[in-house]
Design a binder for this molecule. Structure first.
Ligand code: NAD
Length: 307
């Protein structure tokens, strides 16, 4: 077995602990650890593992003199300072496979809920109101779904939505997988055309300098008045103030957000609006996704240690 020591900074599926320990690694499982404590002890670890709660900062990495691997049990790497890791020759790994189906299924559920306003109906009944007349919905069949970013999650969503007979429009900055495009009858478009033509727009890009506020007030103003935005990527990709204004003024039809510019998004003014569905960053929060990601990370770590 290996002798390396591992610091796990967030709550992860127990299978990860088990596989690492079975391979002889010394694991410190500290899902409540604070940033100050990480800075204090990071130098004694060879491997550092995080999920979403912890951010690995430049300051931490500067102290991580024995660290070989930083692993994120998930997809987005925006909570790890990758530049700093590079300068210290630390490998940064993630688990792209885990969340793919979980996030795509969440988006499907959010679209269905936006179309029929199930959240609003539920809230109303709890408030002794029967909104049957008000809640005349629409159907997803035949509607245009614009997917921004056709990586793992975007493609999975495209396949699921195609099964509901939606028309799929796609935009990416890299060439789109041809097999996927054929399978769903994809209409490739530039971002402006996608935004103008879609009834639903779902975003699946990473948060980068180039994707920060990718959907801003100007872009939103080109969309259909009835269009709905679903964001399960990262909060910073959508300008939340602009979204609030568009929804409030009726220049957009609705939105469903799983991610926010500031999380936890308790107190967000978006909660004032009835045409919005808010979920607390649960995209990858399924048993299946967490256990798959934990297995993938454990295997990657062991492979790297084997050389
Ligand atoms: P991926 O890397 O497989 O796909 C991302 C795609 O976005 C790539 O094809 C890339 O070329 C494209 N892209 C990059 N910049 C773009 C731009 N400016 N315009 C259009 N396309 C662009 O990633 P994925 O596994 O599909 O995940 C997508 C994102 O979803 C992740 O980066 C992560 O931030 C987020 N995510 C959220 C949750 C959640 O809990 N809500 C869970 C997992 C992932």
């Amino acid at each position: 077995g290996f002798e390396d020591s591992v610091l796990i900074c967030d709550e992860v599926d127990p299978i990860l602990n088990k596989i690492l320990i079975d391979n002889g690694l010394k694991v410190s499982y500290e899902p409540e650890i604070t940033p100050e404590q990480i800075i204090e002890k990071i130098s004694t670890f060879n491997i550092v593992i995080v999920r979403s709660r912890t951010t690995i900062t430049k300051e931490m990495i500067e102290k991580a003199d024995n660290c070989k691997i930083i692993a994120r049990v998930g997809v987005g790497l925006d909570n790890v300072d990758q530049e700093a890791a590079k300068t210290k020759d630390i490998r940064v790994i993630n688990a792209v496979e885990g969340a793919m189906n979980a996030v795509a299924e969440l988006v499907l559920g959010l679209m269905l809920s936006l179309a029929r306003q199930t959240s609003r109906g539920d809230r109303a009944i709890r408030n002794q109101q029967w909104l049957k007349k008000e809640l005349k919905g629409t159907e997803l069949r035949g509607k245009y779904l614009g997917i921004i970013g056709l990586g793992n999650i975007g493609k999975r969503l495209g396949r699921l939505a195609r099964a509901l007979n939606m028309n799929i429009i796609g935009y990416d900055v890299v060439p789109i997988d041809e097999e996927f495009a054929k399978e769903v009858g994809l209409m490739k478009a530039d971002l402006n055309t996608l935004l103008q033509s879609s009834d639903y727009v779902s975003i699946h890009v990473p948060l980068l300098d180039s994707t920060y506020h990718l959907l801003d007030a100007e872009k939103m103003s080109t969309m259909k008045k009835t269009a709905k935005i679903i964001n399960t990527s990262r909060g910073g990709v959508v300008d939340e103030d602009a979204l609030y204004n568009a929804l409030k003024n009726g220049t957009l039809g609705g939105a469903a957000l799983d991610v926010f510019e500031k999380e936890p998004a308790i107190g967000t003014k978006l909660a004032e609006l009835d045409n919005v569905i808010l979920t607390p960053h649960i995209g990858a929060q399924t048993k299946e996704a967490q256990s798959l990601a934990a297995n993938v990370i454990a295997e990657k770590i062991i492979q790297i240690l084997r050389g």
